[in-house]
Design a protein around this ligand. Structure first.
Ligand SMILES: C[S@@+](CC[C@H](N)C(=O)[O-])C[C@H]1O[C@@H](n2cnc3c(N)ncnc32)[C@H](O)[C@@H]1O
Length: 316
C-alpha cells in the first residue's frame, strides 16, 4: 500500500508513561530526537502549554513533513530539523536549544516507513532493497546484500538479527546474487530456512530484515552516540527517556544509564575514595516500563516496547 503523506499514521507507544516520566511544564524545553509523525511531541507540547517549546529531529524528510503538519497548531513553540540524533548537541545548538528539560528517543522504524512499500523496510511488499531512513544515507540494503562476503553477512544476521539460520541464509544469498528487491530476498530466505522451522513463529524474513535495517542505518552506533549527548544536553533535574523495541537496543540504553548512575569505582578495600567519581544521573526506575493491558490490546507494536528513564543530577 502506498502511504499518503496526509495519512502518516503512527500510534505513539507508552505515551502516558513518557509524559509521567518527562513531566513537561510550561516554559520547559524538550527535544524529541525521533519526532516521526509527531505523536509524542504533540502530547509533550499539550502538557507544557502555554509556553513549553519543543525541538523535533528526524533523519527522514517524510517524517518531518508529516510532523510539520501535525504540529502546525503549536506555531512557533515547535522547531523541526532534519538531523541524525548522533549529532544531537550540534543540531540542538543550531536550533537555539543549549539546554533541555527533557530529551526523548523512540527508537526504530515507524509504521509509515513500513507501510511505504517502496522504501524497502517491509517483507510484505516487493520493493527495491533500500531501507535507508535518511534517503541520503551512504549505504543501502542492496549494497550490503550484494557486497558483503558470506562470513560478514553471517555475522551481521547473527549479531543484529539474532538469526539462528544466519550461516545458511548468508550462503543462499551469496549463491543467488545479485538481489535487487525485497521480494527476491524473501524468496531466498524462505529457501534457506528448513520448512519445519518456517512453519512456526514469526515471518521467516523478520530477523534478516531487522538485521539489515539496523546495519544500513547504523542504528546501534547512532544510539550510543546520541545517548551520551542527551545527558550533556539535559539540565540538572531534567530527564532522558528512551523507548526501544529489541534487546540489543535495550542493552545499550541500560548499560549507558547504569554508567551514568555509577559513583565511586575505587576498590572496596580502600578506606577512602580516591577516584572522586560522582554519579551524573539517577535511574528513575530500576526496571524498564512496559505497556499495560489496555495499550497491548490497542497497539500490537507496544508488545516489545521498553521505556527507560534517567534524571540528571546536579554536580556536587
Ligand atoms: C518509532 S518512530 C517515532 C514515532 C514518534 N515518536 C511518533 O509518536 O510519531 C522513529 C522515528 O525515528 C527516526 N529515527 C530513527 N533513527 C534515527 C536517528 N538516528 N536520527 C534521527 N531520526 C531517527 C525514524 O526516521 C522514525 O521516523
Amino acid at each position: 500500500m502506498k502511504q499518503d503523506k496526509e495519512s502518516f499514521h503512527h500510534l505513539p507507544v507508552l505515551l502516558d508513561e513518557v509524559l509521567e516520566g518527562l513531566r513537561p511544564f510550561t516554559g520547559g524545553r524538550y527535544v524529541d530526537c525521533t519526532v516521526g509523525g509527531g505523536g509524542h511531541s504533540r502530547a509533550v507540547l499539550q502538557a507544557s502549554e502555554p509556553a513549553g517549546r519543543l525541538l523535533g529531529l528526524d533523519q527522514d524528510p517524510a517524517a518531518l513533513e508529516a510532523a510539520g503538519k501535525a504540529l502546525a497548531p503549536f506555531g512557533s513553540r515547535v522547531t523541526l530539523k532534519k538531523a541524525n540524533f548522533r549529532r544531537l548537541l550540534e543540531a540542538a545548538r543550531e536550533a537555539g536549544f543549549d539546554q533541555a528539560d527533557g530529551v526523548l528517543f523512540d527508537i526504530g522504524v515507524s509504521s509509515p516507513q513500513l507501510d511505504e512499500g517502496e522504501r524497502g523496510f517491509s517483507f510484505h511488499q516487493d520493493a527495491p532493497l533500500d531501507m535507508r531512513m535518511d534517503p541520503e544515507g551512504p549505504v543501502t540494503a542492496r549494497d550490503l546484500v550484494n557486497g558483503l562476503e558470506a562470513a560478514a553477512l553471517t555475522r551481521l544476521l547473527r549479531d543484529y538479527g539474532e538469526e539462528r539460520w544466519a550461516t545458511r541464509i548468508a550462503d543462499f544469498i551469496v549463491r543467488n546474487r545479485p538481489l535487487d528487491t525485497t521480494g527476491q530476498l524473501v524468496e531466498v530466505i524462505k529457501a534457506a530456512i528448513p520448512a519445519a522451522a518456517r512453519r512456526t513463529g514469526p515471518h521467516p524474513a523478520r530477523r534478516t530484515f531487522q538485521a539489515l535495517r539496523i546495519a544500513v542505518n547504523d542504528e546501534l552506533g547512532a544510539l550510543e552516540e546520541g545517548l551520551g549527548q542527551a545527558l550533556d544536553l539535559v539540565r540538572p533535574g531534567g530527564r532522558v527517556a528512551v523507548i526501544t523495541f529489541h534487546s540489543l537496543e535495550d542493552r545499550i540504553v541500560k548499560q549507558a544509564m547504569q554508567e551514568w548512575a555509577r559513583g565511586c569505582i575505587c576498590p572496596p578495600d580502600l578506606p577512602v575514595c580516591v577516584c572522586g567519581r560522582k554519579p551524573r544521573a539517577r535511574l528513575v526506575s530500576r526496571k524498564p516500563v512496559t505497556a499495560g493491558e489496555e495499550e497491548l490490546s490497542r497497539n500490537p507494536r507496544s508488545r516489545s516496547a521498553k521505556l527507560r528513564l534517567a534524571e540528571k543530577l546536579a554536580p556536587e
